[in-house]
Write a protein that binds this ligand. Structure first.
Ligand SMILES: NC(=O)c1ccc[n+]([C@@H]2O[C@H](COP(=O)([O-])OP(=O)(O)OC[C@H]3O[C@@H](n4cnc5c(N)ncnc54)[C@H](OP(=O)(O)O)[C@@H]3O)[C@@H](O)[C@H]2O)c1
Length: 270
């Protein structure tokens, strides 16, 4: 059945992959963004300009939609207020199915951002709207951003003793697209990447993909957040349902010489 679907964060790393799949599945898709689309931008979806932190334009964005996939994030600063504004507009605009993407371990790792994500999960569950919450592990893109940020230093500093279970955003987008076509399901099983890997191991893979000698400096971190990460509060090995490994992601997205991202593939690997 064709749904009219609003994707918040549809211009972001995950959101772009979600929009592409929803359009391919034949849904009417609407993307909310703070920036109006470029005049020359070729789009296969409708765009609404608005800001979740002020609620400007959000009423128009949710008007008449049957499903909302809430991918937008301010990386903690305003996620709770943004969700409150979105939910208030959705409650006024019919009873759309609200789907929220969260992070594995938000109730285990005492990070300020995770506390905000958990609070939003509770707002969604208490909204009175039909709702679904999916928690995913860290994206390959995020892990790569951490390493790429140190691209010009002779050695790469990596938190010691911490593992991650990175997943490809395309697989998370596939799952969200599936959920958009199903009835509301509450909290659904987590989605995790195929492998639990030491950050040092992933850093070596990143440097090798860049054609660089993997000189690492493992740094032991103190504090309760680091302890929770070392305990694996953000991992879900029993839900290792992703199939695309970090090396496959690197192969598609990183070229020797350090170009990262899809463009790298076009330019670097033809
Ligand atoms: N990154 C990870 O490893 C990871 C893992 C699990 C779950 N998640 C969750 O997945 C979701 C997407 O993450 P991502 O990495 O794809 O994010 P991202 O690339 O940083 O994109 C953030 C998006 O949020 C939108 N946004 C930010 N503030 C807004 C506001 N005030 N009003 C309207 N839109 C706003 C931005 O749109 P404009 O700039 O166009 O306005 C942008 O599209 C987040 O909820 C995140 O918590 C992330």
């Amino acid at each position: 059945m064709t749904e009219t679907i609003l994707v918040t964060g549809g211009t972001g790393t995950l959101g772009r992959a979600v929009v592409e799949r929803l359009v391919d599945a034949g849904h009417d898709v609407r993307v909310l963004s703070r920036r109006p689309p470029g005049a020359d931008e070729v789009r296969r979806h409708a765009s609404v300009t608005g800001d979740l932190s002020t609620a400007a334009g959000v009423g128009d964005a949710v008007a008449g939609v049957t499903v909302i996939i809430h991918c937008a994030t301010t990386n903690g600063r305003g996620d709770v207020e943004a969700a409150q504004n979105l939910i208030a507009a959705a409650q006024r605009g019919g009873q759309p199915h609200l789907i929220y993407i969260s992070i594995v371990g938000v109730d285990e790792v005492p990070l300020r951002y995770y506390r905000a994500k958990l609070e939003v999960e509770e707002l969604v569950a208490g909204s009175g709207l039909p709702w679904t919450v999916l928690r995913a592990t860290q994206f390959h893109d995020l892990v790569t951003r951490v390493f790429a940020a140190q691209h010009f230093t002779p050695l790469v500093v990596v938190p010691a003793g911490i593992s991650v279970q990175p997943i490809d955003v395309r697989e998370v987008a596939d799952r969200l697209t599936g959920l958009a076509g199903e009835p509301a399901a509450g909290r659904v099983p987590d989605i995790g990447g195929p492998q639990v890997r030491a950050l040092t191991d992933l850093a070596r893979a990143f440097l090798r993909a860049n054609g660089r000698w993997p000189i690492l400096m493992p740094l032991p971190l103190a504090g309760k957040v680091a302890r929770a990460y070392r305990r694996g509060g953000h991992l879900t090995p029993e839900r290792a349902v992703g199939t695309i490994t970090y090396e496959q992601f690197l192969d598609e997205n990183v070229t020797p010489g350090g170009r990262v991202g899809a463009r790298a593939r076009k330019r670097g690997k033809g």
